[in-house]
Design a protein around this ligand. Sequence first.
Ligand code: UDH
Ligand code: NGS
Length: 285
Amino acid sequence: IVGNTRGGTPPPTARPPCPVKPKHLIGAMAANLTKTKPDVLEKLFPDLEPGGHHEPGECRPSERLAIVVPYRNRFDHLHVLLHNLIPVLVRQQLDFTIFVIEQDLPTTFNRGMLFNVGFLEALKSADFDCFIFHDVDMIPLNDRCLYRCAGHPRHLTAGVSKWKYGLPYPEYFGGVVAFTRHQFEAINGDSNLYFGWGGEDDDLQRRVAAHGFKTLRFPAEICRYEMIKHGSDVGNTPNPKRMKLVSTSVERMLKDGLNTTTYEVTKYDKKHLYTWINVFINRTE
Ligand code: UDH
Ligand code: NGS
């Protein structure tokens, strides 16, 4: 149990395993991009348990999933994502908890380190098996794109509106990615060294390949995403060191990652829709 009382849900042992193919999926969906206030969303999802946790009452999921959203100053995007994603996760009959990992100002944004923080913090609250790292502006357009882990890491964003439902290059590994706990630990997580925009997703992809993992992808017709249009963010200017860093991804892998992630938790709140963790990252390099 993820720090909740499970309400009226029968204990897992009293429920049959959830089906491999969830029965109530609807397939392709339009993105709902309307801005909806948190209190309205909370009323739309009364069954969520504190910290943004949900599990099906009718069956026992095979894994416990943590959704980790690296975040700063995208309030509207976050609520659009929750509005669209939560019903999908519920229909997929998953045991999930949503973690929003917000980086405090003024340090330049570091998406890779926020993945590591989300992984480490989530594991302090429950024994998660599967981690899905989810950009705040990627809206799923088909609920057959299953938010589950597999024998190799999976890149979920197989087709993105920004690139006419394709990808910018074949190895692109940004957007939404799924790792088992073991897979993420095996590559020592993501790099902590990418401050500012670009490259940390390529670093992660190189770690995956160097370890000998494949990268799985569902077909782009299924794992199709609407990327919410937006301008560049304050505090996330393109990182001039990114090319050089990407070129040393593999040699750094075991000395830069989960084992060197240093941060300070400045706020921790189990909100209705998600577990909100604010972190201060000290930029040392
Ligand atoms: N993010 C935030 N706040 C920020 C920056 C990033 O929440 O200030 C998170 C968010 O989850 C976002 C993800 O990090 O979806 C990736 O951010 P990104 O800026 O790397 O990528 P995005 O696809 O934007 O959102 C790309 C357009 C900017 C390109 C500018 C460089 N030429
Ligand atoms: C590459 C970046 C990636 C980024 C991708 C798509 O060039 O981090 O573009 O960017 N790699 C480097 O800079 C080394 S996007 O169009 O979403 O802004 O994810």
